[in-house]
Design a protein around this ligand. Structure first.
Ligand SMILES: [Fe+2]
Length: 197
């Protein structure tokens, strides 16, 4: 009989293996985002079990994309209706996960479902604002955008350091989290972009 920690570990590995089989690019992105989230959480002063929850939210934030892998990887700019469908991947991901993982910690759930919302209300799918966006979601958002912009995608090259900093300095992101990302002492920005620029 598996204990609870082992059950959760095997569910996590199962979900990641589904993602790896369906969409290698999103799988690799998710692994990096999980690592960046873990480092950010530690620099922000979180301890166990919150660090594990934030890391898990980073690892699983895009698992809903397994239902739309072809569209996610189109080597072209998406049409409006395609963008609209993709905007529901956080909700699809949570539904998929909750089929087997009924006691998923609320921090993980919120980190996944809110990772595209922005503090100034410019995010999706619900245009929430800062008061509704948890710290886990704020951390996943910064890690997600940083990794997405600093790596090559099927439809574009990796973006410049200047472009990444310009995006992350906008009011949509928690600037305390961004500060931990770019603080040279923490060596997060440099170590995760060293092969990109
Ligand atoms: Fe996403």
């Amino acid at each position: 009989m598996l204990n609870k920690t082992m059950q959760q570990e095997s569910l996590r590995n199962f979900l990641l293996s589904v993602l790896e089989r369906c969409d290698k690019g999103t799988f690799e992105h998710s692994i990096r985002v999980g690592k960046i989230c873990e480092k950010l959480a530690l620099e922000l002063g979180y301890r166990k079990p919150q660090v594990s929850y934030i890391t898990l939210a980073g690892l699983l934030h895009d698992v809903g994309k397994v239902f739309m892998t072809e569209m996610v990887n189109y080597p072209r700019t998406l049409e409006d209706k395609e963008r609209y469908m993709i905007s529901y991947h956080p909700q699809l991901g949570i539904r998929f996960i909750s089929i087997n993982w009924t006691d998923l910690p609320s921090e993980v759930n919120e980190g996944i479902i809110l990772h595209h919302e922005r503090l100034n209300g410019s995010g999706y799918p619900n245009n929430l604002t800062a008061v509704d966006i948890t710290m886990t979601a704020r951390i996943v958002a910064v890690a997600d955008v940083f990794d997405a912009m600093s790596t090559k995608r099927p439809y574009r090259a990796a973006l410049s350091k200047y472009d990444i900093l310009r995006e992350l300095s906008s009011p949509g992101y928690d600037q305390n989290v961004v500060y931990q990302l770019i603080n040279k002492k923490n060596n997060i920005f440099e170590s995760f972009t060293q092969n990109q620029f």
